[in-house]
Design a protein around this ligand. Sequence first.
Ligand SMILES: Nc1ncnc2c1ncn2[C@@H]1O[C@H](COP(=O)(O)OP(=O)(O)OP(=O)(O)O)[C@@H](O)[C@H]1O
Ligand SMILES: [Mg+2]
Length: 337
Amino acid sequence: MSIDTSGIIGRSKVLGEVFKIIAKVAPTEATVLVTGETGTGKELLVRAIHRNSRRTGRPLVPVNCGAIPSELLESELFGHEKGAFTHAVKSRTGRFELAEGGTVFLDEIGELDLSLQVKILRFLQEKEFEKVGGSKSIKADVRIVAATNRNLENGVQAGTFRKDLFYRLNVIPIVLPPLRHRGDDILLLADYFLNKYNPRKTRKRLILSSESRSLLLNYSWPGNVRELENYMERMCILCEDLEVRPEDLPEKVLQAGGVEIKPKARQEELPRAGFEWPTLGDMHAKGLSLKDFLENIEDNLLSEALNHSGGVKNQAAEILGIKRTTLIEKLKKKERF
Ligand SMILES: Nc1ncnc2c1ncn2[C@@H]1O[C@H](COP(=O)(O)OP(=O)(O)OP(=O)(O)O)[C@@H](O)[C@H]1O
Ligand SMILES: [Mg+2]
């Protein structure tokens, strides 16, 4: 069975097994639950499921259940009637209705609170829902595909995730293997990203030296493909030669390989002589307004935290001292993803 897996790079056996399941499940109406560590490509996979389904000409509507505060999520999903709550001055169409004929992608479904879990379960069983503040049942022809990097079975054990919803979602489980189990896909992906982020398309792209390749193969990739993508983008900006040598690689990768070389001094790692708050002079020198200046500072801190955590949002949020949902909201606003 041939399917369109464009954009998903990898030839490993474990990924091949995932493609086989996709080929079988995509054309059906079955609910699918995609699980896997952060950055393994769950979103890419869900898009491929939709693309290879009969619903492909219709919308794929993603909802990040972890990024929308729970009191707003119900109205986001199902819509609301005018006057349903204080700020409901107009009625609103929810994402289930917007997805009519297509697929709703419930991302980070492990973050859904118990009261909404009941409503999603009802939709899965009866294909109907009510708007917030509405009494009429509305039918929608929508397929649900969900993803999470949490172990929902643990949630069931802990009483934070409904067992009945778990079984209903888990009709076809697809587990995306972590990058460290995909062997040479690591190098295939590294080359792919070096090409993608090649700053000058005319320049020959960066090549990994053989020691660099072994170091990348040896690293455990806690942030998975996203982490690899971030590092390769960084190499494209920082490497001066055409070859990526071990000393160009991030310190974490070197440490894991037991390599003693000091990574090349990078701007963010240069010793700094005492900290001083930026002054008006700095702001004017940049030619920015207060708002843009502050946004730039925030932008830099977010990038630094994400780089530090290898793209793992939980960790980056912790480093920044903000909630994970706040970080995701901020990144959305910056249209980083
Ligand atoms: N096999 C792959 N080929 C090419 N790019 C990939 C692959 N897997 C992941 N990526 C890229 O890595 C990044 C992370 O992927 P994605 O957002 O799908 O991960 P995720 O599993 O949904 O992560 P999270 O759990 O943090 O939401 C994206 O930029 C995506 O395009
Ligand atoms: Mg995701």
